[in-house]
Ligand binder design. Structure first.
Ligand SMILES: Cc1cc2nc3c(=O)[nH]c(=O)nc-3n(C[C@H](O)[C@H](O)[C@H](O)COP(=O)(O)O)c2cc1C
Length: 160
């Protein structure tokens, strides 16, 4: 099964999870980049402001054929209760994902992932086969192996 992990990460937390998933699934890993939000407190404030306004930024998407994958796992942080804007910019381009799709989020700890998951589902118009939401502190302390195992087991079960 050919799998792709496609993620956005501003400060590296989501990237750590993407790398762990990539290693566990022998998947390709690609990053959505967004220079607008790179940097310190000013970029943080800008991200928060844009997120509240729903203002989608320009992004750099890797050159890839998403359609060639059996499974695409999309990952991002949660910003103001919704998927981080760079992922929303990507989804707004209506990428054609022919295979199965799953999603994971990291978040600060104060927002349940339901709203973010629902938004991804509505932007993609395909059902998500599995979802994973990891608090930032859990990722930083490295205590997320069991959660990843459960997520992967769910995907494998769906795969038969
Ligand atoms: C602009 C902005 C808004 C955020 N909003 C939320 C939020 O609504 N709820 C939450 O639990 N965490 C929120 N966070 C925290 C991030 O989701 C969390 O730190 C995440 O793990 C960062 O991932 P990254 O290191 O991959 O960028 C926000 C962070 C930023 C930068």
């Amino acid at each position: 099964m050919k799998s792709l992990i496609l993620f956005y990460s501003r400060t590296g937390t989501t990237m750590n999870v993407a790398n762990a998933l990539g290693a566990a699934l022998s998947a390709d890993i690609k990053e959505i980049k967004c220079p607008r939000y790179q940097g310190g407190w000013f970029a943080y404030l800008r991200a928060g402001y844009d997120s509240v306004k729903g203002r989608l930024p320009p992004i750099d998407v890797p050159d890839l054929s998403i359609e060639g994958y059996d499974l695409v796992i999309i990952g991002a942080p949660i910003w103001t209760s919704y998927p981080a804007l760079p992922l929303r910019s990507f989804l707004a381009q209506k990428p054609r994902l022919s295979g199965r799709v799953a999603v994971f989020f990291t978040f600060g700890g104060h927002s349940p992932a339901e709203k973010a998951v629902k938004m991804v589902e509505s932007l993609l118009s395909v059902p998500l086969e599995a979802t994973l939401a990891l608090p930032h502190d859990q990722v930083v302390s490295g205590q997320y192996e069991a959660a990843i195992d459960t997520f992967i087991a769910k995907l494998s079960a769906v795969n038969g």
